[in-house]
Write a protein that binds this ligand. Structure first.
Ligand code: GTP
Ligand code: MG
Length: 458
């Protein structure tokens, strides 16, 4: 039987890093390797995520039994890919993240890049523990690939100079960079205290080398340090909206990550929008159809009656067109509870939208998650904010900037994260000489602004 609070759910593991460093290839490899290991059908696809069950992880980590002994008590790992940039910020949860753990993918040859810094900044903000996958070791000059072999075993079979080349890149491009940012880091097999040191696992998502260690380290760390977070309660679901999507015939649907409890068709749910909280009922829950082969790109969705945490599911419900990505989603057990939850959601969302009369920059972002990440990044840099909200850059934002100019002209700017500028706002900004900084990497957006600020104030 299932005793609430005793059963553990899958840790939610988010994969992030710079463009092209190999996030998707890594997840494909994990899924693909599992299939080659004759475990088809066991990898369950979710909306926006996939679950690798414990049996598969144990099997893949088999060759390491002597090196890393562990018995899995977690039922598996739920992986979330973050194509582009926005999604990770949306995995928000008051005071933290829905992600229990992260894999930061860094190309060992290319080293730290803008989105690597950005990823670390958000991981830090949300206090998400992470391991680094130093990817593409197969591209190190002289490397002789040993497909689907643990890193340690393949490493031993490389020429001395190739090993040295790897160590050098690992240090220069990854470990030293982490130190610069204030993290202690070490190759995973040299880590003595995993609570203080970031483990770096050299891998090739292409050849599969090091995947065994990556999974073993992840699973080991998650169940050792995160057990309290992973206790599953068989109660009403709690989750977060990752993305909103128009779906023909269904209207606006929400891709939701459930991190606790059970979500059922017909449940009364509470979520949030920019015009206020939303109380509605689940009309349908959609999950990818299970298939034998692994190519999962455009898998058809089919209705299910309920989903258990941890899960990624598409929710169909009226009024979701008013919801905002990054908003929490709760199941209420009564109308009365729904009202209480709605008030909580309202406060949570309002706390992220800033409106002061004082000096500061204007911030516009595409989702609640990216808005929160922007606001926190600005605060840490000591840059004041006059006004911050979700949505495209509109005329009223320019008017706010003009008002800000009267107090401090160096803050009379608009920082637009991943949003459009409406034509009339464009005109108005030109007329009043209000710079509009745009980027889809927060780190880069702030760099651009700070560079301009230095030039202006010099
Ligand atoms: P975005 O989703 O665009 O941010 O990129 P990504 O991080 O998901 O990268 P993706 O997995 O799409 O890989 C980018 C390119 O790098 C592809 O051409 C991959 O085949 C290649 N690649 C990924 N991992 C490896 C690796 O370990 N070795 C080699 N040689 N190539 C790799
Ligand atoms: Mg990708």
């Amino acid at each position: 039987g299932k005793q609430p609070g005793k059963r553990l759910r899958q840790p939610i593991v988010v994969v992030l890093g710079h463009v092209d460093h190999g996030k998707t290839t890594l997840l494909d490899k994990i899924r693909g390797t599992a299939v080659t290991a004759k475990e088809p059908g066991l990898i369950t696809q979710h909306v926006g995520a996939s679950v690798v069950p414990a049996s598969v992880i144990e099997r893949l980590a088999e060759p390491l039994k002597k090196i890393i002994p562990f018995k899995l008590i977690i039922p598996g790992l739920l992986f979330i890919d973050t194509p582009g940039h926005e999604l990770f910020s949306n995995l928000r949860r008051r005071g933290g993240s829905v992600a229990d753990f992260a894999i930061l993918v860094v190309d060992i040859n290319d080293g730290f890049q803008p989105q690597t810094y950005e990823s670390i900044e958000i991981l830090r903000q949300r206090r998400v523990p992470f391991v680094v996958a130093a990817n593409k070791i197969d591209k190190i000059p002289g490397w002789k690939p040993h497909p689907d072999t643990p890193f340690i075993i393949s490493y031993r079979q490389q020429a001395k100079w190739v090993q040295e080349e790897l160590e050098k890149k690992l240090w220069d491009n990854v470990i030293a960079k982490l130190y610069e940012l204030g993290f202690q880091a070490e190759r995973f097999d040299r880590v003595k205290d995993f609570t203080r040191t970031v483990a770096v696992v050299p891998i090739s998502a292409k050849t599969g080398e090091g995947i065994a260690e990556l999974l073993a380290v992840l699973a080991g760390l998650a169940q050792r340090y995160l057990q309290h977070r992973l206790r599953f309660a068989e109660g009403p679901a709690r989750g977060v909206i990752l993305e909103l999507r128009e779906q023909p015939g269904l209207g606006t649907t929400a891709d939701v990550i459930i991190y606790d409890g059970v979500l059922k068709r017909g449940d009364l749910i509470v979520t949030g929008g920019l015009e206020g909280p939303i109380i509605t009922r689940v009309r349908a829950l959609l999950m990818p159809k299970p298939l034998q082969e692994i190519r999962i790109a455009k898998r058809e969705l089919e209705p299910v009656g309920e989903v258990y945490a941890a899960a990624g599911v598409r929710v169909v419900a009226p009024e979701l067109e008013k919801a905002v990505a990054g908003a929490p989603l709760y199941v209420a057990t009564s109308e009365e509870e729904a009202k209480k939850l709605a008030e909580r959601v309202r406060q949570e969302i309002e706390a992220l939208r800033i409106k002061t009369e004082a000096e500061g920059v204007i911030v516009k972002a595409d989702t609640l998650g990216s808005l929160e990440a922007m606001v926190e990044a600005l605060r840490r840099r000591g840059i004041p904010i006059r006004y911050a909200d979700v949505g495209p850059v509109a005329k009223r934002d320019v008017i706010e900037a003009v008002a800000s100019k009267e107090i401090n002209k160096f803050y009379a700017v608009i920082l637009a994260f991943n949003v459009k500028t409406l034509p009339e706002a464009e005109e108005e900004a030109k007329k009043h000489e209000i710079p509009v900084f745009r980027h889809n990497v927060i780190y880069q957006l702030l760099e651009d602004f700070e560079k301009w600020y230095r030039e202006q104030t010099e």
